[in-house]
Design a protein around this ligand. Structure first.
Ligand SMILES: [Zn+2]
Length: 96
């Protein structure tokens, strides 16, 4: 019997390369590789650089926040509903 090798082990993910020219390492965060990301964070922490500036130079990307955005929206909605329910409860309790 021939051995069938399925390609399920590794889904084809588009390889992203670090935005820093000449780096060539795979990007892991904000379009930067681990080393460049760490270096950028160090500069930013020291106050020598900002993400906005790096993004404007094309040396970084905005932090991925799509998932957080959806969660935040749901959370805000839930909170609003909770506030409404709370307001109703307060109104009812004050009426009585
Ligand atoms: Zn890099």
């Amino acid at each position: 019997m021939g051995t069938k090798q399925s390609t399920t082990t590794r889904p084809t993910t588009p390889k992203k390369v670090c935005l820093v020219s000449g780096c060539g390492r795979p990007a892991m965060a904000r379009g930067l590789c681990q080393a460049c990301y760490a270096a950028a964070r160090k500069k930013i922490a020291a106050g020598h650089e900002t993400w906005e500036h790096l993004i404007s130079l094309g040396l970084a990307k905005h932090a991925a926040q799509g998932r957080r955005g959806v969660f935040g929206e749901a959370l805000a909605r839930a909170r609003r509903e909770d506030d409404l329910a709370h307001g109703k409860a307060v109104k009812i309790s004050t009426l009585r």
